[in-house]
Design a protein around this ligand. Structure first.
Ligand code: BES
Ligand code: ZN
Ligand code: ZN
Length: 497
C-alpha cells in the first residue's frame, strides 16, 4: 500500500458528485463515533447522522467496529461508520490509530481507493497524525517467505480541509518502523550479528552517519567481554556497532541509545525449553529499534547528538560456550559470575552502557527484551520502565502516551541488589528468587555512572505478538521505537530553547 495522505479544501462536494454506484471510484465518506459514549468524533451533522447508527434497516454491512450505512443525503451516498470506542483502556489518539487501521484494512479488502475523512471535533495535527499512523500500520506485511505476496492496495485518505499534515515526518517514522519490524521478524539463521552489522553499515552510509563496527578482535582489544562471553558458543561471531549522528547545534545533551541484539537466544548451556522458543528470534528487538531510531532521527535532522549502540551476539550452546559458574571481568574491572547463561541480555548491555559513557553521553536509554519477569508483571500491552532520573522517566512516559505505547515505571530499589552479591565474584548475573525484572535492572545500574541520566526499557512482554495486537499482526511490534523518537524530539525542543 502506498501511503498517501492529502488535504483538500473544497474538493469534498465535487468528489461526492463524482461518486458512482456502490463504492465506485469516488471517495467513501467516513464518520467516526464512539458507540459506547454515543459521541461523534468527527464533525458534521452529528445528531442527524447518529440517529441512523441504531437503525438496523439502514445497515448495509457490519463487521468488527465498522458499519456501513446508506443515508439519504444529498448524494444518496454510503457512509462508513467507525466505532472508535470498541477497545477499552485506550486513549483517544490510540482509538484513532485503531480506526485508521481498520479503515485501511477494510478499504484494501473492498478495493476502495479513497476515504474522505471530515474534520474531527477539536481537530489537531496530532489527531490526524494518529489516523494516518493507523493507515501506515495497516500497510505492513512480512511476506518475503510467502509464495503468494500480500497484494498491497493503494489507499488514500482525504481530509476535507487544508490543515497542515507533516507527511514527511510520518514517512520517516514508518520507514523506520518497517525496517525494525523486518529485522525482528527475520529468522535467526538468516540474521546473525554480522548481517545486522552490514545492514547498519548500509544505513550509516545512506544517511552519512559515522559508524564503528567492532568484531571479535576489536571487542577483545577494547575489553568488551560481556558481548564476547555471550557470543562464545556460536560460530556466528558477536559484534558491537556504534553509529553516531552529529548535529551542528550546541550540545548540552548527548543521547545514547543502547539496544540488546541477541540475534537468537537459545538460553545457551542453560538451555530454554522448546515452548515458543522460535520467538527468541526477536531477542534483537532492542538493537533493531535503536538502529531504526537513529535513521529516523537523522532523517528528521533533529538538533541533538545521538549514538546508537547495538550489542550483537548469538546465544547458543557450543563447544566453547560460557558455562554456568564461569567468571569474566567486565570493562570497568568488576568480576561477574555467570550463574545462568540465559540471563545474557544484561551481559551484552553493560558493554553498550560502557561504550555510551566513553562517547560522553549525558543521557542513556537502553532497550531490551530482557526478562520473562516483566512479561508476567505487566503483560503484553505495557512496557517496563526503570530510571534513575525523574525527568527522563516522565518524558518517556508522556512520549509513550502520545504514541500509543504504555510504560509503567518500576522501582530500582537497592534493597534487592543484595541478591546479586556473589561468594566468589563481585557480582553474579541473576539474583536468587526475588523480582526478576527489577534485579535485572539493578544489575545494569551497577554499570551506569551515577551522574548520567539513564532509563532502561524492558520490552520482553511487548516486542513480539503471536496473534496480533492492536494495529500489528503476528510478529514484531517495534514497540518502543515511537517512544524513543518522540523522547528525542522532546529533548530537541529543550535543546533549541
Ligand atoms: N530473552 C529472554 C527474555 C524474554 C523472555 C524475552 C520472554 C521475550 C520473551 C532473556 O534473555 C531471558 O532468557 N531471561 C531469563 C532470565 C532468567 C534466567 C533470570 C528469563 O526471563 O527467564
Ligand atoms: Zn536469555
Ligand atoms: Zn535474551
Amino acid at each position: 500500500m502506498k501511503r498517501k495522505f492529502s488535504s483538500s479544501k473544497g474538493e469534498s462536494k465535487n468528489a461526492a458528485k463524482e461518486h458512482s454506484g456502490w463504492w465506485g471510484d469516488g471517495p467513501v465518506f467516513v464518520f467516526l463515533y464512539d458507540k459506547r459514549k454515543k459521541e461523534a468524533i468527527t464533525n458534521g451533522k452529528a445528531k442527524e447522522i447518529l440517529q441512523f447508527v441504531n437503525d438496523s434497516e439502514q445497515v448495509l454491512h457490519e463487521s468488527e467496529a465498522l458499519r456501513i450505512i446508506r443515508i439519504n443525503n444529498e448524494y444518496s451516498h454510503p457512509v462508513l461508520f467507525v466505532d472508535t470506542g470498541k477497545e477499552t483502556g485506550l486513549n483517544l489518539l490510540d482509538h484513532l490509530r485503531m480506526a485508521g487501521y481498520r479503515l485501511a484494512k477494510w478499504a484494501e479488502n473492498n478495493s476502495v481507493k479513497t476515504l474522505m475523512i471530515p474534520p474531527l471535533k477539536g481537530d489537531s495535527p496530532k489527531k490526524r497524525n494518529a489516523i494516518l499512523q493507523g493507515l501506515c500500520h495497516a500497510s505492513y506485511a512480512f511476506d518475503k517467505y510467502k509464495s503468494k505476496k500480500h497484494e498491497k492496495a493503494d489507499v488514500e485518505y482525504l481530509f476535507a480541509d487544508d490543515m497542515e499534515i507533516d507527511g514527511n515526518s510520518l514517512q520517516s517514522l514508518f520507514s523506520g518502523i518497517d525496517i525494525a519490524k523486518n529485522l525482528i521478524n527475520e529468522p535467526g539463521c538468516s540474521l546473525t550479528p554480522a548481517t545486522v552489522a552490514n545492514i547498519a553499515k548500509g544505513i550509516a552510509e545512506k544517511y552519512g552517519l559515522s559508524i564503528k563496527i567492532r568484531g571479535e578482535n576489536e571487542l577483545k582489544r577494547d575489553n568488551y567481554n560481556g558481548i564476547l562471553t555471550v557470543g562464545r558458543g556460536s560460530k556466528n561471531k558477536p559484534a558491537m556497532v556504534t553509529i553516531s549522528y552529529a548535529t551542528k547545534h550546541k550540545k548540552n545533551i548527548r543521547m545514547a541509545l543502547v539496544g540488546k541484539g541477541i540475534t537468537f537466544d537459545t538460553g545457551g548451556i542453560s538451555l530454554k525449553t522448546q515452548d515458543k522458543m522460535y520467538e527468541m528470534k526477536s531477542d534483537m528487538s532492542g538493537a533493531a529499534i535503536v538502529l531504526a531510531a537513529i535513521q529516523v532521527i537523522a532523517e528528521l535532522k533533529l538538533p541533538i547528538a545521538v549514538d546508537a549502540i547495538l550489542c550483537l551476539a548469538e546465544n547458543r550452546p557450543g563447544e566453547n560456550a560460557v558455562l554456568p559458574g564461569d567468571i569474566f571481568k567486565a570493562k570497568n574491572g568488576k568480576s561477574i559470575m555467570v550463574e545462568n547463561t540465559d540471563a545474557e541480555g544484561r551481559l551484552v548491555l553493560i558493554d553498550g552502557l560502557a561504550e555510551a559513557a566513553e562517547l560522553g553521553a549525558t543521557h542513556i536509554i537502553d532497550i531490551a527484551t530482557l526478562t520473562g519477569a516483566i512479561q508476567r508483571a505487566l503483560g503484553n500491552s505495557i512496557g517496563g520502565l526503570f530510571s534513575n532520573s525523574e525527568g527522563l522517566a516522565i518524558t518517556i512516559t508522556e512520549s509513550g502516551d502520545e504514541c500509543g505505547e504504555k510504560w509503567w515505571r518500576m522501582p530500582l530499589d537497592e534493597e534487592y541488589s543484595e541478591g546479586l552479591k556473589d561468594k566468589v565474584a563481585d557480582i553474579r548475573n541473576i539474583a536468587d528468587g526475588g523480582p526478576g525484572a527489577i534485579t535485572a535492572a539493578l544489575f545494569l545500574k551497577e554499570f551506569v555512572k551515577k551522574d548520567l541520566q539513564w532509563a532502561h526499557l524492558d520490552i520482553a512482554g511487548v516486542a513480539f505478538t503471536a496473534n496480533g495486537y492492536k494495529y500489528t499482526e503476528h510478529g514484531a511490534t517495534a514497540f518502543g521505537l515511537k517512544t524513543i523518537v518522540e523522547t528525542v524530539k522532546r529533548y530537541s525542543a529543550d535543546e533549541l530553547r
